[in-house]
Design a protein around this ligand. Sequence first.
Ligand code: SF4
Ligand code: SF4
Length: 193
Amino acid sequence: MQSLTGRSRIVVNKKMNFMEKLYLPAVMGGLMITIRHLFRRKVTVSYPEQTRPFSPVYRGMHVLKRDENGAERCTACGLCAVACPAEAITMEAAERKKGEERLYREEKYAKVYEINMLRCIFCGLCEEACPKESIFLTNRITPADYKRENFVYGKDRLVEPFDPSKRVDVSERQTTQVKEFKKHKEYTHNRLF
Ligand code: SF4
Ligand code: SF4
């Protein structure tokens, strides 16, 4: 029967000659391939000791940003959850109380904010949707784990540290146009970045 792909081969079961029966030429041929590969540039790296350079716009683990005063920027509007095609984001909103202005930037904040990293496809739509420049993807890798429940990241792992020296820099992810836009204070609703 004619092959559809044209890749089929007719196998001939011919008798091996004396040299072929020794298998030495085949073994030597195999060894030569191995030796050739020893001197080639390696395509693998010894992760985690070595890591490959990441693109500045690599989409890895999320961060929930604080503003320059250390207050959480998220206002629990839910737009990121609505934009998420994987239904990976859930949250619970709460009202900011008097005296909590330094903790939460807006009157409403996310009491609970969770991302299921097993569902997330790192598409970045949540950061596109966020009106408060709160959520960003970063070049940090979500670590492996043995338990599924450990992949549900809460605020303890998503909100960046309060200490200004330990904040997560996301400025690399922003285009020149966005950086230019931020210079015009009269145009931006959200200039404390
Ligand atoms: S990166 Fe995409 S899939 Fe992951 S939480 Fe954001 S919107 Fe959802
Ligand atoms: S991260 Fe942004 S889009 Fe998501 S709830 Fe908070 S403010 Fe809204």
